[in-house]
Ligand binder design. Structure first.
Ligand code: FE
Length: 359
């Protein structure tokens, strides 16, 4: 996810360029019970409001259109703004699907009443129950782990094993983090509230603030670059950004990532924080069948393999082929949390971050 400002600009740009024009049009009904013709399949659409901003998604939407003839219109934006928009538009919303990167946000969308259950056998077969909402209001598309990145030249991986270690005195002046506006940090703290309790989560946040090597800035990739530049020794990042940098065309990115190693924290204790990126069917969906077809496509092994290959996320479909990098990380113990609770605990997480002056 990029900065909110950029996403807002993109959202405006898409609206003004009319990419969503004609979205609300119903697909033409087939006449006299005949099979759909190529012509009326071409009139079919599915409209997506997406807070995911990864090139692999565009590739998959294009593949879906090629395969089915169904056009995919995408409006990108900040997740919160998109949920507000869905609420405002109500039943007249052109959106069929809401896509975002955080299980807490998916649950918020459900709580705000903008989604409806999507019971579809194929989706249930593609995605194990633990990556789906209990009542099918949303389904995972991929997962990501929030791990510790370290400077290979200055840190031995056996010097730290847990999130808690990062808050200890040893790492004073060495820790790099994005700002508290990062949803990824907010959800990590929300997960710690769930796993360790509010007190421990608060103490952890205070410890990280104490240990920061600089004012929080930039996204996860920037933390990797900062480690390579010597601005700090350890950082919290999502796995796929590291993978993307290792495979980047820009050799500077590759060089930076090569100086960094990653550790899956809390393997002997509470497990590594894993979050879900997923999709929900909107309550106002007018192209329901097409929307479900798109989710079936995105969760099938081929699309899942491409998400893993191109974006470095973990597939939710266990049948998907994993790229070498992900395989090389091997199996790891994931934090056992109630994903729905992440959204509920977000406010408290933000309060803890703000109170500790995590900027
Ligand atoms: Fe991201």
């Amino acid at each position: 996810m990029k900065q909110r400002a950029l996403l807002s600009t993109m959202l405006t740009a898409l609206v003004t360029t009319g990419l969503l024009a004609g979205c609300a049009a119903e697909p033409k009904p087939t006449q006299g019970g005949k099979e759909p013709t190529v012509a009326n399949v071409r009139n079919q659409v599915v409209n997506v409001y997406s807070a995911r901003n990864y090139p692999v998604d565009e590739r998959l939407y294009a593949q879906f259109t090629k395969q089915t003839g169904i056009r995919v219109n995408v409006l990108k934006g900040n997740a919160e703004e998109l949920i507000e928009r869905l609420k405002r538009e109500g039943q007249s919303s052109p959106a069929d699907l809401f896509v975002t990167v955080d299980a807490g946000v998916l649950n918020n969308a459900r709580e705000h009443g903008v989604l409806q259950p999507l019971a579809a056998t194929a989706i249930a077969q593609n995605v194990p129950w633990r990556f789906r909402d209990k009542e099918d209001y949303w389904v995972g598309l991929a997962t990501r782990a929030r791990v510790i990145a370290y400077a290979k030249a200055r840190v031995r991986p056996d010097q730290l094993a847990t999130y808690e270690d990062l808050a200890s005195e040893r790492w004073q002046g060495k820790v790099l983090v994005p700002s508290s506006t990062s949803l990824y940090n907010q959800s990590l703290v929300a997960s710690l509230i769930q796993v360790d309790g509010e007190q421990a989560a608060t103490a952890w946040v205070q410890g990280i603030v104490r240990n920061m090597s600089r004012k929080p800035e930039g996204g996860d990739r920037d933390q990797v670059r900062a480690i390579a530049a010597g601005a700090g020794d350890v950082a919290l990042i999502n796995t796929y950004y590291y993978g993307q940098m290792l495979h980047a065309r820009d050799q500077e990115e590759v060089k930076a990532a090569q100086q960094v190693g990653i550790i899956f924290p809390n393997q002997q204790t509470t497990g590594t924080h894993v979050n879900i990126s997923g999709v929900g069917l909107t309550k106002a969906a007018k192209n329901k069948a097409n929307a479900i077809k798109l989710i079936e496509f995105l969760t099938a092994p081929d699309a899942q393999a491409l998400i893993a290959q191109e974006n470095g996320e973990f597939p939710v479909n266990p049948k998907a082929e994993q790229p070498e990098l992900l395989k090389s990380w091997g199996a790891f113990k994931a934090q056992q949390i109630d994903f729905a609770q992440l959204g509920a605990d977000n406010k408290q997480a933000l309060e803890i971050l703000t109170a500790a002056q995590w900027q």
